[in-house]
Design a protein around this ligand. Sequence first.
Ligand code: PEP
Length: 253
Amino acid sequence: MSQTKHPVVIANWKMNPATQNEAKTIAKATVAIAKKNTHATVVACVPHIYIAEVKKTTGQGPLLVGAQNCHVDVKGAYTGEHAAMQIKDAGGNYVIVGHSERRKMGEGNELIAKKMLAATVAKLSPILCVGEEVRDTQGNFLTMIETQVVTALSALPKSRLKDVIIAYEPIWAIGTGATATVADVEEMQMFIKKVLTKQFDRTIARHVRIVYGGSVNADNARELFTGSGVDGFLVGGASLKPVDFGKIVSATK
Ligand code: PEP
């Protein structure tokens, strides 16, 4: 299957690394990966506290920076939270919304829809994560994915949809070493396009980039990319290991 869009590979550092110094080291190596792989958009979604530092490391360079969550409001009494506009102001261009680790903390589809809107109002590209906990043989998980996509995008004006990236991340594959098969990923990206066509139209379905996440590594990236028709990857654990992350980005050539 051939890819027609500019691939995108997103690093999700989660709550890592432990120190600013380590963050700088990984950021420098990731900038070098982005410089070497101009065929792809490379994004590092880092803890809020590291956004400004990573942005300083990349400067006007090709590595783009993002956050892993944002609040729905622009400012106010929300202790410990960060507004989308603050992420933008610190140098961010992307934000992950609805990651399964945040859904597990209680975020539901309606809240995620508000965050999607807040992100796009702040001119951040939201990376919407969707995924099932288990794959039942009746295919009920497909209805769940459809609800996640449709609800999350329901508040967005059509003009903002071109900035959206959808990450299909089956929960059972995140950080477990188990990956979806190429056929599973291909089926899901086609299914999500069908949902987008029904909700909006074919042009939007063609424009929204769909990536896969869930135990992507240096060894499986090439096969997953070339066989499934996805536009790239969302990478957790392996994004903290620059040698592996570099191989994953190169695999999208
Ligand atoms: C993630 O955190 O979004 C993720 C895909 O993690 P991992 O690559 O470690 O499975």
